[in-house]
Design a binder for this molecule. Structure first.
Ligand code: FES
Length: 122
C-alpha cells in the first residue's frame, strides 16, 4: 500500500505544471500553467502572451523576452550568466529585477512565479 501511495505522489509531482502569471505594463494579467522544463518565454509564446516576442528563439541574442521578475522570486531562480547580463544591459529600461525569460526554466519550485513585461515590448 505504501508503495502505491508513493508512486501516486511521484506521478502527481512529475505531472505538476507550475503556474506563471504574466502582467503587462498596464497591469493586465494572465495566469497559465506551463510544463516543467519549459522556459518562461516558451510558456508565453505557446500561450500567445503579448510582450514576449522571443525573436531569437531563446539563444540570448535579442532581449525581446525581457521581463521584470517579482522581487520575492529573485532568490529562487538561478543567477543570470554573464551573457544574459550583457543582453539585459541592451534591453529597454533594465532594472535590478530584469531577466531574460528564455533563461528561466520552470520547475515545481517556481509555481506562482510572477513576471511583468516592459512597456516597450507590448
Ligand atoms: S528569446 Fe531572444 S534573448 Fe530571449
Amino acid at each position: 500500500m505504501t508503495y502505491i501511495l508513493a508512486l501516486f505522489f511521484l506521478i502527481l509531482y512529475l505531472n505538476y505544471m507550475p503556474k506563471v502569471t504574466y502582467i503587462d505594463y498596464k497591469g493586465n494579467s494572465k495566469t497559465i500553467e506551463v510544463d516543467n522544463g519549459l522556459t518562461v518565454m516558451e510558456g508565453a509564446v505557446q500561450n500567445n502572451i503579448s510582450g514576449i516576442d522571443a525573436d531569437c528563439g531563446g539563444s540570448m541574442a535579442c532581449a525581446t523576452c525581457h521581463v521584470y521578475v517579482e522581487d520575492k522570486w529573485l532568490d529562487k531562480i538561478p543567477k543570470p550568466e554573464d551573457g544574459e547580463i550583457d543582453m539585459i544591459d541592451m534591453a529597454f529600461e533594465p532594472k535590478k529585477n530584469s531577466r531574460l525569460s528564455c533563461q528561466i526554466t520552470l520547475a515545481n519550485e517556481l509555481d506562482g512565479l510572477v513576471v511583468t513585461t516592459p512597456e516597450k515590448q507590448s
